[in-house]
Design a protein around this ligand. Structure first.
Ligand code: HH2
Length: 266
């Protein structure tokens, strides 16, 4: 069965649940809830990547993340991933007990990022994004979105391995919604097998994303996008993705159990 990565945002402005889990206690309660619901991995983020979101200094990210990571680690063996672009934040998070660096810039934020990932020895999620969060949705363009995303991810995996990251530590993510129109997102989702064919485990993040509201205008606000999130997630699972990054863990686990049981009955 695909693994479920539950999102815990420690940001004041995340598009889907911003501000709700800002106080460390509230984030810990949310983390515990997602573990109880069956999350295999918790993805903790202290800087929003939403278009137009304010950048957060590394010290602030670290100050938000480290106490929470330490607390979760003390209470549970759940895998912990840190959603950050900054090597300094990944370093502090791994020291506190995180084992995965989820990087929406695919180790491209600074020149030392691949070497830091190698040194930390943690899992690394390399995600595709066209442009940068502030402007990425302004006018995204591709000649061949699937080919270009696949080529980028292969090149970043090669760069990571050249810097010393072990092959088995690498995950790829097509970055749904990151510098992509509705048509780009749908083409990618329809051809996810081409990303899976690159030979690394694939993480897919479609949960509560805006493309769902573009298809169904009643899917507002973001927490009204669960049905669309599940439909897109299962399309990914059918293509062979290894993990789903989601806000609604219990619901996703149930969908995966049913999907998995049907697959095994074939
Ligand atoms: N999506 C978001 C953030 N991080 N990481 C990966 N690997 N893949 C994704 O698709 C992905 C990601 C955006 O979602 P969310 O965390 O809810 O919002 P925000 O970026 O505003 O914190």
């Amino acid at each position: 069965m695909a693994k479920v990565m539950g999102v815990v945002n420690l940001t004041p402005d995340s598009f889907s649940d911003g501000g709700r889990f800002l106080a460390p206690d509230a984030a810990l309660v949310q983390a515990r809830r997602l573990i109880a619901q069956g999350a295999d991995i918790l993805d903790l983020g202290a800087e929003s990547t939403r278009p137009g979101a304010a950048p957060v200094p590394a010290e602030d990210e670290i100050a938000r993340l480290v106490p929470l990571i330490a607390e979760i680690r003390a209470q549970s063996a759940v895998a912990i991933s840190v959603d950050t672009m900054k090597p300094a934040v990944a370093r502090a998070a791994v020291a506190a007990g995180a084992e995965i660096w989820n990087d929406v810039t695919a180790l491209g934020f600074s020149d030392d990022a691949p070497a830091v990932a190698a040194e930390l020895g943690c899992g690394v999620v390399l995600m595709h994004m066209q442009g940068e969060p502030r402007t990425m949705q302004a006018d995204p363009r591709y000649g061949d979105v699937v080919g270009e995303v696949a080529e980028f991810l292969s090149a970043r995996a090669e760069a990571a391995m050249a810097a010393g990251v072990a092959r088995e530590k690498i995950w790829l993510d097509p970055g749904v919604g990151f510098g992509k129109t509705l048509a780009h997102n749908l083409t990618l989702l329809a051809h996810m097998d081409a990303i899976v064919a690159l030979g690394f485990p694939v993480l897919l993040g479609v949960s509560r994303k805006r493309f769902i509201a573009a298809l169904d205008p009643v899917a507002e606000p973001a927490d009204a996008r669960l049905p669309g999130s599940l439909a897109a997630a299962l399309a990914g699972v059918q293509a062979g993705v290894a993990a789903l990054r989601v806000h609604d863990v219990a619901e996703t686990v149930q969908a995966l159990k049913v999907w998995d049981a049907i697959s095994r009955a074939r």
